[in-house]
Design a binder for this molecule. Structure first.
Ligand code: 9D3
Length: 250
């Protein structure tokens, strides 16, 4: 049985478009992922099918009403027992480690907000976890849900082309990736580092490790904080930084 995503959204076509291409499509075709969308508008009872209302206390924007959302969640739970995850700017920032934990479940329910968000009592009564995809403003939770579906799907067994590419990825080891090159040998006058053409696999592995460490230190030093580097790694890193300081001086 595949991993099941149930997505609660006012824009089901938008969320379904995530499986129209890329990694999630392969996962669905291979039966590793199932996607079901639920529209809270279908759970309204008034003739205008109202899903939002003005905020108590006043102010700009609208709030998603609790009743249709709680009725939708109740119906989802007749089909799936997965945790309910609310995508929102107030959530913890999503990380590869959180994605890895999620991929160990067998199903997840993703709740997407629109407008200013959902009535807080929905979160209190029915939400297990709240996640953000970063500190910038989106128009709603759908893109967050699509990011989460993509990131979880590619970790499921039998989804990736080569089984170990997921493990070799940047962030699985907590470091940024090394540079990559392919043919031709010259591009705009720039060549390929000679070690990559040497055929010496031990040296190539060492160079890649050094590039990963060096780029991480320069671009994302936060990723190295609290990470214990061994003596070999510290030497690779200090050699990288020496070379890079010399290049900056030129
Ligand atoms: C501009 C509106 N803001 C009022 C001060 C608050 C606000 C409400 C609703 C900001 C964004 C949203 C909609 N965003 C999401 O639903 C969302 C989101 C995001 O905006 N950034 C990062 N991750 C996520 S996950 C869901």
């Amino acid at each position: 049985m595949g991993f099941r995503f149930d997505v609660i959204t006012l824009f089901p076509e938008l969320v379904e478009s995530v499986v129209a291409s890329g990694m999630p499509r392969r996962a669905v075709e291979q039966g590793a992922v199932e996607l079901h969308c639920w529209n809270p508008r279908d759970y309204t009872k008034d003739k205008h099918r109202t899903v939002d209302d003005r905020p108590y206390g006043g102010g700009p924007g609208m709030v998603m009403k609790a009743d249709c959302l709680l009725d939708t969640i109740r119906d989802v739970k007749r089909n799936s027992s997965g945790k309910v995850i609310y995508l929102s700017p107030q959530g913890q920032p999503l990380t590869q480690s959180a994605v890895r934990d999620m991929s160990k479940q067998e199903s997840l329910t993703l709740l997407c907000g629109r407008y200013e968000g959902v009535d807080e009592r929905v979160i209190e009564l029915a939400v297990d976890e709240e996640w953000s995809i970063g500190d910038y403003v989106l128009s709603g939770g759908e893109l967050g849900a699509m990011v989460l579906i993509d990131a979880v799907s590619r970790l499921l067994p039998n989804v990736l082309g080569h089984q170990d590419s997921a493990e070799q990825d940047s962030f699985s080891n907590g470091l940024l990736d090394c540079p990559h090159y392919t043919r031709p040998e010259l591009v705009g006058g720039l060549g390929v580092p000679s070690v990559l053409k040497s055929g010496n696999h031990a040296e190539i592995t060492k160079w890649r490790k050094q590039q990963s460490l060096g780029r991480t230190q320069k671009r994302r030093p936060d990723l190295l904080e609290g990470k214990e580097l061994n003596e070999e790694e510290l030497n690779l890193l200090s050699d990288y930084l020496k070379v890079s300081l010399k290049k900056e001086a030129d």
